[in-house]
Write a protein that binds this ligand. Sequence first.
Ligand SMILES: *Cc1c(COP(=O)(O)O)cnc(C)c1O
Ligand SMILES: [Zn+2]
Length: 398
Amino acid sequence: MIRCVSCGAEYDDDEVIYTCEKCGSVLELVSDIDVSKDIFDGRRDTLWKFKECIPVDESKIVSLDEGGTPFCKCDKLGDELGVNLYVKVEGSNPTGSFKDRGMTVGMTKAMELEVSTVGCASTGNTSASLAAYAARAGLRCIVFLPSGKVALGKLAQAMFHGAEVMSINGNFDEALEAMTALALEKHLYLLNSINPYRLEGQKTIGYEILRDLGWQSPDRIILPVGNAGNISAIWKGVSEFYNAGFVKDLPMMTGIQAEGACPVTNAFRKGDRRVVPVENPETIATAIRIGAPVSDIKALNAIYDSNGYSETVSDEEILDAQKLLARTEGIGVEPASAASIAGLKKLVDQGVIDKGETITCVVTGHLLKDPNTAIDACTKPTEVDADIDTLRKLLMNK
Ligand SMILES: *Cc1c(COP(=O)(O)O)cnc(C)c1O
Ligand SMILES: [Zn+2]
């Protein structure tokens, strides 16, 4: 069953519907978990090991073996900050971001509904993922990208997997509005995170974190927030497993935004449950360069209900954290993902996070998604002839 998060109106699972017909609010799937957690043992470690908890037809699954991502204990960085730190590495998904978790479920639903065309607006990763899954499913794929603001790796993926890519003169919020209008006219099936089936896949990040910690909850989950679907999904996941009795505690959901694109943090500071859109969002972390997050209600509910928090970080703090994670722990992430690490650092400094807390930072996308930003952050390699004497001198002088 699909239910409106604001007025509680209910809809059938097979209705193609993105927002509530009665009040316009966002929708969610409602499902009860009536299995024992033991049934997950011994299955291959993809998100479909949780298939009993994902409300789609098992015979229609479109998958690239997403999920089951690394859960790295980061003692060097954790000791430096005084916390017990684990990093959930979502860049290890098939197309390099957590979007694949949403897309495998969304595309499976598209097959159930027998649609022929899928579409999305994207800051980059959604389009990269959708293009790959549409290719696997054999469906036509249309993507709208904000002109000039998509990281190189993501653009390459969307184009190479055969999506019909439109470069929209406007920002992400405008591209999404146009794409949504076309979906409502039934030209295509919309696979942005307003589609509640996307979040049914992404909630498995929450499932896996609890499982990865040996069926315990961290004190806190920290992640970057853009359109605010992922924080909502992870909260849904951990809440479902908590309600099923698989764990005894719940984590504080902590959403980090970029200073130039922070409607959710602004709302949190005022204690509001809706955002005031940010008109011209700007940040180097293009994956979270979003001014009007569609899942704002769900995200703010998640933060308040979990006794969580929201904070902003500057582009400089993001780039510093990106480099810190890469050089102390060997984990390469794109700028948006590093917002979680930058936020952790800031909240430890502010005393919001206590020393000794067990923290899971979700790092959402791979370093190679945005090679230009990575190269700009480094000194150029020295050009030198392949002459052993010169090379020896150069190395010894370092
Ligand atoms: C999509 C994305 C985000 C933001 O997630 P939302 O669900 O839009 O809040 C953060 N980081 C990366 C790498 C992404 O691709
Ligand atoms: Zn409603």
